[in-house]
Design a protein. Structure first.
Length: 301
């Protein structure tokens, strides 16, 4: 059989629908396929030769723990000489956090010695469905031009539908009002271009981590709105806490600084007497309460 060329294997990897990253024993990246570029935003020439925890993958778990500081999937696979699988939140180039399923396996040479590892990461199906949904909304002018997520016009239309369905069919839902903390300071220190990048980063984190049945959009300025269907107060709080943690761990890295921000979130469940204005006003008041109590907090009532 004819020996296959190196370019054949590269093209094969580039046409696989999962992100694939090969590293040596020191976790230095040796190979990075096209899907890895698409999922992370980092091109191969930006990451090959660097350590995978050097502002590239930087996985965290659902509690915000930095896995690359301790035993990340790759380290676990190399240490234990076995495949390791985990649901993690990957760091994109724009700073946002996206959920992925990771499978890391050790690579051995002909003598059975471990010489590195391969990490395969796959996008969350709900995130893909949400992205497809937003693409369809662009044609109807329902998407915010800066952030690329649904706009206030779409949110108002959807909230009107949800309230009508609640009053007719008792399909309950909750609303989260999300506001970026100290956003003015970001603009004052780093100017508006960086402020726009922070808005894009937080938008990406929110959109990537919603259930496909829910909606998220930019309400205006540094404010965002989430509507989560079929939840009670406890479930709404769980969603809000996850978004708060992921927003806090979203980071824009420049040559001179790592720019992080936090969000304050107010949440409430729809009531029989609610109009859109009343529902939003209640969630807004709770968000302001979270800010007054120290920011980077969730208030649900």
């Amino acid at each position: 059989m004819e020996k296959l060329s190196e370019s054949f294997y590269k093209n094969l990897l580039d046409n696989i629908s999962d992100g694939i990253c090969f590293v040596d024993k020191d976790r230095k990246i040796l190979s990075w396929n096209k899907t890895a570029e698409r999922i992370t935003g980092f091109e191969a020439n930006e990451v090959v030769g660097k350590l995978c925890n050097n502002n590239v993958l930087r996985h965290i778990d659902g509690k915000g723990n930095e896995l690359c500081i301790s035993d990340c999937p790759i380290t676990f696979a190399i240490k234990n000489r076995n495949t390791y699988k985990q649901e993690v939140f990957l760091h994109r180039k724009d700073g946002s956090r996206v959920p992925v399923h990771v499978s890391a396996s050790p690579i051995k040479n002909e003598n059975g010695e471990i010489i590195g590892a391969v990490e395969i990461f796959r996008e969350n199906l709900e995130m893909i469905a949400m992205q497809d949904r937003v693409e369809a909304l662009k044609e109807q002018a329902y998407v915010d031009e800066l952030t690329g997520i649904p706009n206030k016009r779409f949110l108002l239309m959807e909230l009107d539908k949800r309230i009508a369905e609640f009053k007719r069919y008792r399909n309950t839902f909750g609303v989260l009002f999300v506001d970026i903390d100290d956003f003015k300071k970001v603009n004052d220190i780093y100017e508006h271009e960086m402020g726009d990048k922070v808005l894009i980063m937080i938008s990406g984190t929110l959109l990537s981590n919603m259930r496909v049945s829910d909606i998220v959009g930019r309400w205006g300025g540094e404010e965002f709105l989430v509507a989560a269907i079929n939840v009670d107060e406890k479930e709404l709080e769980t969603i809000a806490e996850r978004l708060r943690i992921l927003a806090k761990n979203s980071t824009i890295t420049t040559e001179t600084a790592n720019i992080r921000t936090t969000v304050s979130i107010g949440g409430t469940i729809v009531k029989d007497t609610d109009s859109i204005a009343e529902l939003i006003a209640r969630a807004d008041r709770l968000m302001l309460k979270a800010k007054k109590e120290g920011k980077d907090k969730v208030e649900i009532a």
